[in-house]
Design a protein around this ligand. Structure first.
Ligand code: HEM
Length: 476
């Protein structure tokens, strides 16, 4: 009976599809949830509700509605839902899934400062990314134009940039332990939105059901945390207090400084959680973006050719790209933006929750309600985009070929919990993409054309594909 009571929509709550008894609308998230939810909004409106097995959820659709909530009412929509799965994984601590409050403020501030201090704020940092770009293209060269799946190399190269900030060091491309950790961690990103995970949130007692994907999720998480603890201990060896070499050192400084302070959120446990979250949030997303970019350049040889031409004309004599070159490469910028818009790396953002009762479009949403931001619907919003279903970098250029920013573009979301790695991700995407296409022509192995249907999960990634990276003769 309690379950049924919870399912009823409170007065003033946004409408939505009728729930099936007990499991509610859980099945609606089974296949391509972002597409399904956008279609539902055509029936129920920009703001509507779902019942995920007794967990009342509000779905926000389109740019106007998402901006109203995440930006205009930033504080109200800044929480994360206290779902049993997140409680079990990170006890609502860490950074990414932390409750909105002192703990989140402390962890976000430390991460942002560290990213600046050990990352973009450092003059040498760009050079370090360029070095990684070289390791990356050299490793690709070893395939000598023969077909290979670029996933592992991209993942390794991209995660090394975050590793530099967090541990002060990169991992080599043959480090099996690190690769295995990333692999099972990203498997968890997929499992986190599987039917099993949703069921677990609605019915946490299935923890005691000995089979099912949720068990795999827990096993993976335990293994990842063990690995991270070991690595953290390794890289904190030789630490000199107040002279941090990387994020882990900086965290340990805070931890020591706040020892005995009641209510301090810094702890060994939260250190492991935030290191894990920073690694996976930075790796999954940026890797997927670059893998989509490689796939689309191969699918659209004329676009690839224009990218080649721009790169060759700006990078005279094949010199290494720098961030200063970005403004001279509006077409590359347009391509990368269109990849982020069209491929929807994080289609439903990261689940949010209300910190207090909210009023939106005449509806009332109680405190603690789970909120899904359909970022895919922003990028397909017909009010802001013409033919949103067409892949066209051109839409980010004016008639003179200059890059133009577009408003309804939220791959990094917006408001208080917006992506804190946006700047870093943009640097990585630009430098990796231009270095790669400066050296190679990308083509499919003869007779093959991979699908563009994404693999589903918290993030969208291409299905595994093989590609030939053929060295090109630079025309200058
Ligand atoms: C949050 C996208 C790269 C760290 C997010 C969110 C999105 C997103 C949509 C959810 C924000 C919300 O709750 O509304 C992306 C994309 C990336 C990218 C598309 C690359 C193309 C990175 C990188 C890092 C990072 C490189 C760090 C190394 C985080 C963190 C959060 C976050 C820590 C949680 C912020 C919080 O809860 O306060 N990202 N991200 N992301 N991202 Fe990213």
């Amino acid at each position: 009976v309690r379950q049924l009571m919870k399912q009823r929509r409170p007065p003033g709550f946004p409408p939505g599809p009728s729930p099936i008894p007990v499991i509610g609308n859980i099945m609606s998230l089974a296949t391509e949830p972002h597409v399904f939810l956008k279609k539902q909004s055509e029936i129920h409106g920009q703001i509507f509700s779902l019942d995920l097995g007794g967990i009342l959820t509000v779905v926000l659709t389109g740019y106007d509605c998402i901006r109203e909530c995440l930006y205009n009412q930033g504080d109200v929509f800044a929480d994360r839902p206290s779902l049993p799965l997140f409680q079990k994984m990170t006890k609502m601590g860490g950074l990414l899934n932390c409750k909105y409050g002192k703990g989140w403020i402390e962890h976000r501030k430390l991460a942002c400062n560290s990213f600046r201090y050990f990352g973009s704020g450092q003059r040498q940092f760009e050079r370090k990314i360029s070095e990684e770009c070289m390791f990356f293209v050299d490793a690709i060269d070893e395939h000598k134009g023969k077909p290979f799946n670029p996933k592992h190399l991209v993942t390794n190269a991209v995660s090394n940039i975050t590793n530099l900030i967090i541990f002060g060091q990169r991992f080599t491309y043959d480090d099996r332990n690190f690769q295995h950790m990333i692999e099972i961690f990203s498997e968890n990103v997929e499992l986190a939105v599987s039917g099993w995970a949703l069921l677990y949130n609605a019915f946490p007692w299935i923890e005691y059901v000995p089979f099912g994907k949720h068990q795999k999720l827990f096993r993976n998480a335990a293994e990842v945390y063990d690995f991270l603890l070991e690595v953290i201990n390794g890289f904190s060896q030789g630490r000199v207090p107040h002279a941090p070499r990387h994020y882990v050192d900086a965290y340990l400084d805070e931890l020591e400084q706040n020892k005995g302070e009641p209510g301090s959120s810094f702890s060994q446990e939260n250190l492991i959680y935030s290191v894990g979250e920073l690694i996976i949030a930075g790796t999954e997303t940026t890797t997927n973006t670059l893998r989509w970019a490689m796939l689309y350049m191969t699918l659209y040889p004329n676009i690839q050719e224009r990218v080649h031409r721009e790169i060759d004309s700006v990078l005279e004599n094949g010199r290494v790209p720098t961030m200063e070159d970005k403004q001279k490469m509006p077409y590359v910028e347009a391509v990368l933006h269109e990849i982020l818009r069209f491929c929807n790396i994080v289609p439903l953002g990261i689940f949010r929750a209300t910190t207090q009762e909210a009023k939106v479009n005449g509806y009332t949403i109680p405190k603690g309600t789970m909120v899904i931001t359909n970022l895919y619907s922003v990028h397909m919003d017909e009010k802001y985009w013409t033919d949103p279903g067409v892949f066209s970098p051109q839409r980010f250029l004016d008639s003179n070929g200059n890059f133009v920013k577009r408003e309804a573009f939220l791959p990094f979301s917006m408001g208080k919990r917006c992506c804190l790695g946006e700047q870093l991700a943009r640097m990585e995407m630009f430098l990796f993409f231009t270095t790669l296409l400066q050296r190679f022509h990308l083509q499919f192995p003869p007779g093959t054309v991979p699908t563009v249907t994404p693999k589903l999960g918290m993030t969208l990634q291409p299905q595994p594909y093989s590609i030939c990276a053929v060295r090109r003769q630079q025309k200058s």
